[in-house]
Design a protein. Structure first.
Ligand SMILES: NC(=O)c1ccc[n+]([C@@H]2O[C@H](COP(=O)([O-])OP(=O)(O)OC[C@H]3O[C@@H](n4cnc5c(N)ncnc54)[C@H](O)[C@@H]3O)[C@@H](O)[C@H]2O)c1
Length: 276
């Protein structure tokens, strides 16, 4: 019995050049899935694909803009032609925007909603149509701590968009689970990536503030999503749908007045690849 076997399944993963998208792609390929990898950084996605082809998987790449419904429709037509099915969607890529609410330009708000709400929904819709026809499939939407709590620090547009990702997940799960299509959301706390590292470099107090909210005592790493990705893509999670899953080292469970039981044990400001 292998509860987590993904052989014969096809996954579509966005943001696969780096970060959580790349980690998701690695996890799925290691458990047997063939993949369509998406990233506007096509060379980066191709690097990930080349690594995973060494495992014997069929891995294709696309530079589809996952903020644009028309590009997304074309991408899924290509998936139909190349693979003939889609079993899992890792709905991961999508830019936010930082800016004080009192100065937030409506155009920036609209772009953020386009990236994270329209883009994610469009991906769900195209994948969902195919999964419903198959009678089976699983979608993993990436939300954020900002989906259900307020971060401050100029996150108003991002929070509004990520809040919608959680409601999108609940609605689609409610509409589709009885037809075999499961939809779940993962809410990460701070996971190291180049833009987070740059923000922590700009504000030397930021990392310690993040860590005060993470009882597990370290920031997230892209690889932290690997287990969840395999679980949600596999039949092991057959009865899990509409779940809003924190991936946050205990952040959301802790009241603002809660005291972490111990001091942070890992402090790593930069990804190893970024060390000068
Ligand atoms: N890193 C965190 O702390 C964190 C926490 C919560 C939520 N998130 C969200 O998770 C998602 C992934 O985060 P990450 O840290 O892995 O990001 P990352 O910046 O490391 O990687 C994102 C990848 O997506 C690609 N991409 C972005 N927009 C695209 C588009 N429109 N079309 C095609 N490719 C696109 C980029 O080229 C990049 O390779 C983002 O939506 C982010 O907001 C991140």
């Amino acid at each position: 019995m292998n509860l987590f076997d993904l052989s014969g399944k096809v996954g579509v993963v966005s943001g696969a050049a780096q970060g959580m998208g790349q980690a998701t792609a690695r996890a799925l390929a290691n458990y047997g899935a063939d993949l369509m990898l998406i990233d506007r950084n096509l060379a980066g996605a191709e690097n990930t694909a080349e690594e995973l082809r060494q495992l014997g998987r069929n891995v294709l790449v696309s530079d589809c803009n996952v903020s644009d419904p028309e590009s997304i429709r074309a991408l899924f037509k290509r998936v139909d032609g190349e693979f003939g099915r889609v079993d899992f969607l890792g709905n991961i890529a999508g830019d936010g925007h930082l800016g004080n609410p009192e100065a937030l330009a409506i155009a920036d708000l609209e772009r953020t909603l386009q990236n994270l709400v329209i883009g994610r929904f469009s991906m769900c819709q195209e994948a969902g149509i195919r999964m419903l026809a198959q009678g089976k499939g699983s979608i993993m939407n990436i939300g954020s701590l900002a989906s259900i709590t307020a971060l401050g620090r100029g996150h108003a547009a991002y929070s509004m968009a990520m809040g919608a990702v959680v409601q999108m997940t609940r609605e689609l799960s409610t509409e589709w689970s009885h037809r075999g299509v499961r939809v779940n959301a993962v809410l990460p706390a701070q996971v190291l990536n180049p833009s987070l590292s740059a923000r922590m470099a700009d504000d030397p107090t930021l990392e310690a503030r993040f860590l005060k909210g993470i009882p597990a005592g370290r920031l997230g790493r892209p690889a932290d999503i690997m287990g969840l990705a395999v679980l949600l893509a596999s039949d092991a999670s057959e009865w899990i749908s509409g779940a809003i899953i924190a991936m946050d080292g205990g952040n959301l469970a802790m009241n603002a007045g809660g005291t972490p039981g111990h001091q942070p044990h890992v402090v790593q400001t930069f990804l190893p690849s970024e060390k000068k």
